[in-house]
Design a binder for this molecule. Structure first.
Ligand SMILES: [Zn+2]
Length: 240
């Protein structure tokens, strides 16, 4: 089976395309942010893929709305027993300890979120969210140092900011990079892929063949990391 792939921007939407030995085109929308992936027959041209995606835009938007609604729902709970992920590892949330000194601790497979007595779900969520951001802010600098040297580029600074549909992005003019705090929930290999991907954009703006060549050269297993990052699809639809 072929593993060639491309990125297309269709109606302002970043779309990952994987070419496979299949007959029908599939579109999938992946949580948590609604990444769109197309599995296409090997010889299908870009225009056909574009038309298929545009035709399915209302369906794609519905899937994304559902994902965002599910995320909002998720925030309101923050109860002991829930599953939460940190750097790709699964933890059981425990909110039974309270203290005026808010903190998050991991021990064994337990994730302790310690907040003030009487803290509601939003307050607990805030404690955990700030901790994820600190985790990410601590993990990024060593990766930048390693990969700026290897690739031969220099970023100016980075910002951790929630983005609805992107794991990362960059501004070429200022050489600034943005990272989504959701990355702290994924395997660190995934963060490394996004760091390399965004640094690569300082050399190559688009996701064309030169970009793919550079990724292949510097991070040969980037496709597997991307798959891991995007996880199982939320929704899948198939047609000719
Ligand atoms: Zn990109």
């Amino acid at each position: 089976m072929s593993t060639s792939s491309a990125y297309l921007t269709i109606a302002g939407l970043g779309v990952d395309v994987l070419y496979k030995d299949i007959k029908n085109l599939h579109i999938s929308v992946y949580p948590p942010m609604g990444r769109v992936r197309v599995a296409a027959p090997e010889r299908m041209d870009d225009d056909t893929i574009r038309r298929a995606v545009i035709q399915r835009l209302p369906w794609i938007r519905r899937q994304r709305d559902q994902l965002q609604a599910a995320e909002r729902q998720d925030k309101r709970q923050m109860l002991s027993g829930e599953t939460h992920y940190v750097w790709g590892e699964r933890y059981r949330l425990d909110v039974s300890r309270t203290s005026g000194q808010h903190r998050v601790e991991r021990s064994g497979t337990t994730l302790w979120v310690v907040a003030s007595e009487g803290a509601d779900a939003d307050a607990r969520f805030g404690v955990l969210d700030r901790w994820y951001r600190r985790e990410l802010k601590a993990a990024i600098p060593p990766l930048l140092e390693k990969w700026e040297k290897r690739i031969g580029v220099q970023s100016s600074h980075f910002i951790v900011r929630r983005m609805k549909t992107k794991w990362g992005t960059c501004a070429r003019e200022s050489a600034a990079l943005w990272f989504n705090p959701e990355l702290a929930k994924k395997n660190p290999r995934c963060l490394e892929y996004i760091v390399v991907h965004e640094l690569m954009h300082l050399m190559e703006r688009t996701h064309g063949s030169r970009f793919v060549e550079l990724m292949d050269q510097h991070l040969p297993d980037w496709r597997a990391r991307r798959e891991e990052l995007n996880g199982a699809p939320l929704a899948d639809e198939e047609w000719l």
